[in-house]
Write a protein that binds this ligand. Structure first.
Ligand code: SAM
Length: 296
């Protein structure tokens, strides 16, 4: 209770990731009954509401909405109005806006009610064929190659499946990075889930790169990348395998030789930072004389 009025509820509602029929009966009830729907992009969500004859007002609430939008929503909730938070697709907060509002609502003692439903991450995982009891979701990989390789190196010792959201224009580079880090570890690309062209591509990184060359559609649309769990007993994970020069060459394209040596020393166990620095200087000079990387 807040004053004399009972506070409203904040519903966090999952919406379709492609197929508009993936809206649960409960999600429909909630979207029809709340005072307003807070949406990442009101024009985008208007299509979903139209297709389900939902007349509830839409209010814009995105990652740049800021503290004033959160305060406004809290005032409405405290005044007894219930609100639903949705994003453009899937489950809000999963690489979508909403975390500050939900945090503020929790802190204000407002009841937060999740309405579960689609998420690209779980749909991809359960269709991947890999064990799904434990997994590590790492969101989007960094766009800079040095940082991407560094993160993949850090994550590769984990024995569970690794799940990433991936941007189509980066797919080839990411697959090449997976190959550099652990060429034998299979991966799955889950593309256009729940849509007309839903496709799962499966194989080792080199096989996926071959498929990509043969089928340019593979790099179109939305996709999730899943890297297989390591085989039980496989101790030959990436840090022991990566070629020092390959790693340093990638790093010196992005960062100074001393930063490259520092990062590489963390990745390659037992390596001497001084030697790595000398090598990074040499490779840095080579890379400079070769000009821009054709993969960039
Ligand atoms: N909150 C969403 C969810 O629960 O899935 C994810 C939002 S995030 C901004 C968008 C990313 O999710 C896309 O770049 C893609 O990696 C993945 N994604 C969303 N819809 C997808 C789909 N239908 N098929 C494959 N991946 C999808």
């Amino acid at each position: 209770m807040h004053g004399d009025t009972e506070a409203g509820k904040l519903y966090v509602v999952a919406t379709p990731i492609g197929n508009l029929r993936d809206l649960s009966a409960r999600a429909l009830d909630v979207l029809r009954s709340v005072s307003a729907i807070l949406a990442e992009d009101t024009r985008h969500s208007a299509k979903l509401l139209r297709s389900w004859d939902i007349a509830t007002p839409l209010v814009s609430h995105h990652q740049h909405s800021g503290a004033r939008a959160v305060d406004r929503a809290l005032r409405q909730l405290n005044a007894g109005k219930s609100l639903a938070l949705i994003s453009d697709a899937g489950t809000p907060l999963l690489h979508d806006p909403g975390a500050p509002l939900v945090r503020a609502a929790v802190q204000a003692g407002i009841r937060v009610v999740p309405i579960p439903g689609p998420s690209a991450l779980l749909a991809a995982l359960v269709g991947s064929g890999f064990p799904a009891d434990t997994f590590h979701f790492a969101g989007f990989l960094p766009s800079r190659q040095g940082q991407r390789l560094h993160l993949l190196q850090q994550l590769s010792p984990l024995s569970c499946a690794l799940v990433f959201y991936e941007a189509p224009h980066r797919l080839a580079k990411t697959l090449a990075d997976l190959q550099a880090v652990d060429p034998d570890r299979p991966a799955v690309i889950a593309r256009e889930l729940t849509k007309l062209h839903e496709t799962f591509y499966r194989g080792r990184p080199d096989e996926l790169l071959t498929q990509l060359r043969e089928d340019p559609n593979m790099a179109r649309g939305e996709m999730v990348l899943i890297w297989a769990p390591r085989e039980p007993g496989d101790l030959s994970h990436a840090p022991a395998r990566i070629e020092t020069d390959e790693l340093l060459r990638a790093l010196v394209r992005e960062v100074s030789p001393s930063a490259a040596a520092r990062i590489a020393a963390k990745i390659i166990r037992g390596s001497a930072r001084g030697e790595l620095y000398e090598r990074a200087l040499k490779l840095g000079a080579q890379v400079k004389s070769e000009g821009p990387n054709p993969a960039d």
